[in-house]
Design a protein around this ligand. Structure first.
Ligand SMILES: [Zn+2]
Length: 338
């Protein structure tokens, strides 16, 4: 039984290959943050090491499955981001040393399972040296090793690496699926579950985290409040915000882009309010500010703000100077005084 919510197509594909013993030696799971990539990777690691009969793998109950679920299996390794030694840049990446370690480890026989599994949590963070070293491994894969690369940005993966992996796309789950899961596993009442599902945008990991940790929702609500007040604030506050994000970006790309994503969802909500679709608003906590802004921001201005915010995210992904990109965005957003 795959302990994964949703992603039926991916599970069908993987379980068929598992049953026929025809798994690829490398996979890349592509999808937004917290959509379930790591959960699926660990379930696949269980599948290849499970002690049950092939058709029942992963069983989730044998000693192998249990140890993998607990993160205590010696043959399953997760390669994570490392803060680089040079504190001047505070750059986070998966460095060449980490891939060298993987090279040594991958040629060893599995210690207690059938197959070693190496998961790269965010493969887009592989440095170019590390990517090339990984490519060598993928070109001549050691026996009994399964590589699973996870990424939210497939366009940042070296094409030669990509071509050596079987790609599996993981899309956001339906809001009903997320709400049902929150209700059945966390006992969250239906209406509240649906609100969380909407905020999650179908990212089950985020929804479960928010359901279990009130701080997640507090932080998110604060972020939404910040976006709302930014629209009503003057240029000085906007530039301060731009500077803050530009400083954050090289240290924590995901978090900085997450802030812009929140902004994007706020603008989409504003469009809904303007078009009479208020019941579909995700950011319920911002309802008051959305109403206030809908009084003076025109629909074309909202559409333009959505486009500009998206463009800015693209620019940041393409490594345009973050201060410049963010300041241009701040100048382009509608202003009450002008
Ligand atoms: Zn099992």
């Amino acid at each position: 039984m795959w302990q994964v919510v949703g992603h039926e197509a991916a599970i069908t594909l993987l379980s068929r290959s598992l049953e026929r013993d025809m798994l690829s030696h490398a996979y890349i799971f592509v999808g937004p943050p917290q959509v379930g990539k790591m959960t699926l990777a660990l379930a696949l690691a269980q599948g290849v090491n499970c002690l049950a009969s092939p058709a029942s793998r992963p069983c989730g109950e044998c000693s192998q499955c249990r140890r993998i679920a607990q993160g205590r299996h010696p043959d399953v390794q997760v390669v994570d981001l490392e803060v680089s030694a040079s504190r001047a840049t505070l750059k986070k990446e998966i460095g060449i040393d980490q891939v060298r370690e993987v090279q040594h480890w991958a040629i060893l026989k599995p210690y207690e399972g059938r197959c070693r599994v190496i998961v790269f949590r965010e493969a887009a963070h592989l440095s170019s040296d590390a990517s090339n070293a990984l490519l060598k491994l993928l070109e001549e894969p050691p026996e009994s090793v399964l590589f699973i690369l996870l990424t939210i940005r497939v366009e940042s993966i070296l094409p030669t690496v990509l071509s050596r992996c079987q790609r599996v796309d993981l899309n956001p789950l339906s809001l009903n699926t997320v709400a049902r899961e929150l209700l059945s596993t966390r006992g969250i009442p239906p209406q509240e579950a649906m609100e969380l599902a909407r905020l999650s945008g179908g990212r089950i990991g985020w929804a479960l985290e928010a359901a279990g940790n009130p701080q997640v929702l507090i932080d998110y609500t604060r972020e939404v409040g910040r976006v709302a007040s930014l629209v009503e604030d003057g240029l000085e506050e906007r530039f301060a915000y731009a500077a803050e994000l530009a400083t954050l970006f090289p240290r924590d790309r995901e978090k900085a882009l997450g802030s812009l994503k929140t902004a994007l969802s706020w603008w989409r909500d504003l469009l809904l309010v303007k078009k009479g679709g208020e019941e579909l608003v995700s950011n319920v906590s911002a309802r008051e500010a959305l109403h206030r802004c809908s009084q003076w921001v025109s629909t074309p201005q909202v559409v333009e703000a959505i486009k500009r915010t998206q463009d800015t995210m693209d620019c940041l992904e393409a490594n345009v100077n973050p201060s410049l990109a963010l300041e241009v965005l701040m100048l382009s957003l509608p202003r009450r005084d002008g």
